[in-house]
Design a protein around this ligand. Structure first.
Ligand code: UDP
Length: 385
């Protein structure tokens, strides 16, 4: 099947990493069209997935834009819509992987008579989107999409609650290749030494630096833990959240935990870093749509503690495959960190069970087969019309 994937981002967020895995089986007959240049293009090229940056003009609609701003930016999209419509004629299906890709994809689908699939990676709620942007996403999906893939039941529920047609939706979790999460123990040992954290209990946080990812909650918790507990914060401010980064550094100074916190920036060696940790913490203050990091921690067989909200509660069985805590409750998080440190055998058993479960539930081969069947059905239905 010839697929034109569309994604607005040049940077590597969870949606882009997910798309990279989904596009691999189609690499001989697909194109990933991007609305910005950056590390995402580089990764696709490394993976030999055809990619084209379709525009370098910024699309000015922000996640919290109002109606006037949204309408104003529509006119600037016309050249892009024309260009993508021409490209789409060589493909059988348009696959929009982000909100702005849905906007472009909807018009392109209309003009090129190609079916549109929308992969929704976000919880459409007031935490992240203006009323206008939610309305635009739901209206365009309802009117133009033949299928809406949601990355969790939580994402699906928010789409439906926002007026989305439930019969369009299918929950498809992100898929992972379990064998990629195996590294030698010596690599992790080396990392601990390089970080100067041998002998410490290391809590790892792997997310872009952004207020709603809640790194500040982990720092608050750390200050309530014994001095042998340290944290590594892996990830960068991808979307200009510099103020938050400054705030985190200030917080570290104020809490007098400078020696126990390391900011490692964006890293691509996630697996050995995770394996070097004693516990992975996921601390989002707003419901997480899916939480790739949670599954990655499980596949690395590391204990996980995460917020009991959004898609995360579909991933973790509380006290069996991980710990859950209430949003923004740093005290509870500190207690769980201490429990995990004091009960290493229990933590190891939970991590083992999580690894087995995650390898089965989030297997990339199975997920890719599931998506292939759904896309075949879209093409088949289109051929009947
Ligand atoms: N990630 C990474 N390097 C970093 C920080 C994060 O490769 O320095 C990856 C992480 O392993 C995960 C993804 O970025 O696969 C983030 O996905 P998630 O669903 O957790 O959050 P999102 O960014 O989509 O909100």
């Amino acid at each position: 099947m010839k697929i034109l994937f569309l994604d607005q981002s040049g940077k590597l967020g969870g949606a882009e990493l997910c798309l990279t895995d989904l596009a691999k089986p189609y690499r001989n007959h697909c194109l990933v069209g991007l609305f910005a240049d950056g590390t995402f293009r580089e990764l696709l090229e490394q993976q030999q997935i055809p990619v084209q940056v379709l525009t370098t003009e910024p699309i000015l609609v922000k996640k919290d834009s109002g109606i006037l701003q949204s309408l104003g930016s529509m006119s600037s999209l016309v050249p892009l819509i024309i260009k993508v419509t021409q490209i789409a004629r060589d493909y059988e299906l348009i696959y929009a992987n982000t909100q702005k890709a849905l906007v472009i994809g909807a018009f392109v689908s209309l003009f090129s008579h190609r079916p549109l699939v929308y992969h929704l990676h976000d919880i459409l709620s007031s935490d992240h989107f203006s009323v206008t942007n939610r309305r635009i996403a739901v209206t365009l999906a309802n009117r133009f999409a033949s299928l809406v893939l949601t990355n969790s039941q939580a994402t699906q529920a928010a789409f439906i609650a926002g007026g989305g047609r439930s019969e369009l939706t299918q929950v498809v979790y992100n898929g992972f290749e379990p064998k990629q999460y195996k590294t030698r123990a010596t690599d992790s040992h080396q990392i601990r030494q390089q970080l100067g954290l041998d002998g410490q209990f290391i809590v790892g946080h792997f997310s872009r630096l952004s207020p709603w990812k809640g790194q500040h909650i982990l720092l608050e918790a750390l200050a309530q833990c014994p001095p042998e507990v340290s944290a590594i914060l892996v990830g960068d401010a991808l979307f200009g959240e510099q103020k938050y980064v400054q705030h985190l550094h200030q917080q570290v100074t104020e809490l007098k935990i400078k020696e126990r916190v390391q900011f490692l920036g964006f890293r691509s060696d996630i697996v050995p870093l995770m394996k070097a940790c004693d516990l992975i913490a996921h601390t989002s203050t707003a419901p997480e749509p899916f939480g790739r990091v949670v599954v990655e921690a499980m596949l690395c067989e590391r204990p996980i503690v995460a917020v009991a909200a959004g898609g995360v509660i579909e991933l973790i069985e509380a006290e069996k495959t991980g710990w859950l805590f209430s949003p923004s409750d740093s005290q509870q998080l500190a207690q769980i960190i201490t429990t995990c440190r004091n009960q290493p055998e229990r933590a190891a058993i939970m991590a083992q069970q999580a690894q087995i479960q995650a390898s089965q539930r989030f297997n990339l081969n199975t997920v890719n087969q599931q998506i292939a069947q759904l896309l075949d059905r879209v093409i088949f239905t289109q051929s009947l019309n």
